[in-house]
Design a protein around this ligand. Structure first.
Ligand code: AHG
Ligand code: MN
Ligand code: MN
Ligand code: MN
Length: 337
């Protein structure tokens, strides 16, 4: 049977073009893929082995963790701490950065991840995913501090996500476009199935949690009102709406057929003293990198996400991402407001 390019082969060939590449990054990515395959397996068997539902613990985000949030985090840590490629890791599910245990060698990269994105969907068998972002550790950094992780998104070496849907896929950028790979379970390998993913500039689809409508700021209200007015409004054409409540699934749809995704700041979020819902380091930056590499845009509505100087590991930001023209329109409405 003929199989296409595996993800490992793809990365090795890509890294051959990088002067001075040591193979460390290729190896790190391979270990990340293994973790994603293990999480795919746990998610897939969840209902059979009693690991759906709540873990009755709360994470630093103030969310009740699902059992699979905790399991997925453990899988990522176990798959990555021993490899010798990381100086440290940070996760949505861990209060502080995790240093590499003394018995293992330390490497030159920092890994940040959302081990299970969309976990509110896990019990209802709707797509979830894993999002990761790889940064270079500052020179000579042996035991990284929070500050070492606080690099703007433009510094990312790699960003990717795994989506556990009807098919398990891995979508990845190292700054040379975006490529999608589908897990072929018969051989246990991710195979290049979606080369050079690009987001159409124009779109007729928007994604936002409409139940927050009454809390939104004026520019977001205006944008969505105009979409809903459709052919009878200033846009002069009809729009369609989707909301999956898994950022990975929304971004994956946008990479496939265009669209705009928004989780803006609103009065409800402000009342909690937060600056957004989604996390800059584990969600907004990696997805921003992927979306930009696919020809789209990622903004807070006021600034480019990847240029934000982070001020905290668990910092939250408003997110508007997807087809370029729509994101620019939302930004324009913010400027005009
Ligand atoms: P997580 O499951 O990692 O905590 O992230 C959930 C995020 C994101 O994936 C999704 O877009 C959003 O929260 C859904 O929010 P609502 O529940 O407000 O719709
Ligand atoms: Mn969460
Ligand atoms: Mn998430
Ligand atoms: Mn999560």
């Amino acid at each position: 049977m003929e199989h296409g390019t595996t993800l490992t082969q793809f990365i090795i060939e890509e890294q051959r073009q990088v002067p001075g590449a040591t193979g460390d990054f290729t190896s790190l990515l391979n270990d990340t893929l293994t973790a994603c395959k293990k999480i795919a397996c746990a998610v897939n068997r969840g209902g059979l082995i009693g690991i759906l539902g709540s873990a009755d613990t709360e994470n630093v985000q103030g969310e009740t963790q699902k059992k699979l949030d905790v399991i997925s985090n453990d899988v990522m840590v176990d798959a990555l701490e021993w490899t010798g490629h990381l100086a440290g890791m940070a996760s949505e599910e861990m209060d502080d950065p995790l240093p590499i245990p003394a018995e293992y060698p330390k490497g030159k990269y920092l890994m940040l991840f959302d081990p299970l994105d969309g976990s509110s969907n896990i019990d209802v068998n709707v797509s979830v995913g894993t999002i990761f972002s790889i940064l270079r550790a500052p020179e000579g950094c042996d035991n990284p501090t929070v500050e070492d992780f606080l690099q703007p998104g433009t510094q990312q070496v790699c960003a990717g996500y795994a989506i556990y849907g009807p098919a398990t896929m891995l979508v990845l950028t190292t700054g040379h476009g975006v490529n999608g790979f589908t897990l072929d379970r018969s051989i246990g390998e991710f195979i290049l199935s979606h080369p050079n993913m690009t987001i159409p500039e124009e779109t007729g689809e928007f994604a936002i949690n409409m139940s927050n409508q009454r809390f939104w700021e004026a520019p977001v209200k205006r944008y969505v009102d105009e979409c809903i007015a459709g052919s009878e409004g200033p846009r002069g054409r009809d729009f369609n709406m989707r909301w999956i409540a898994s950022m990975v699934a929304e971004v994956h749809r946008i990479l496939t057929r265009g669209g705009v995704f928004m989780y803006p700041i609103d009065e409800k979020i402000k009342a909690k003293g937060q600056d957004g819902k989604l996390r800059l380091m584990y969600e907004a930056n990696p997805m921003g990198f992927i979306v930009e590499q696919a020809g789209g845009a990622a903004s807070t509505g006021r600034e480019r996400i990847m240029e934000i100087q982070p001020n905290g590991l668990h910092q939250r930001v408003p997110v508007v991402l997807g087809s370029k023209n729509e994101v620019e329109r939302v930004e324009e409405y913010h400027r005009e407001a």
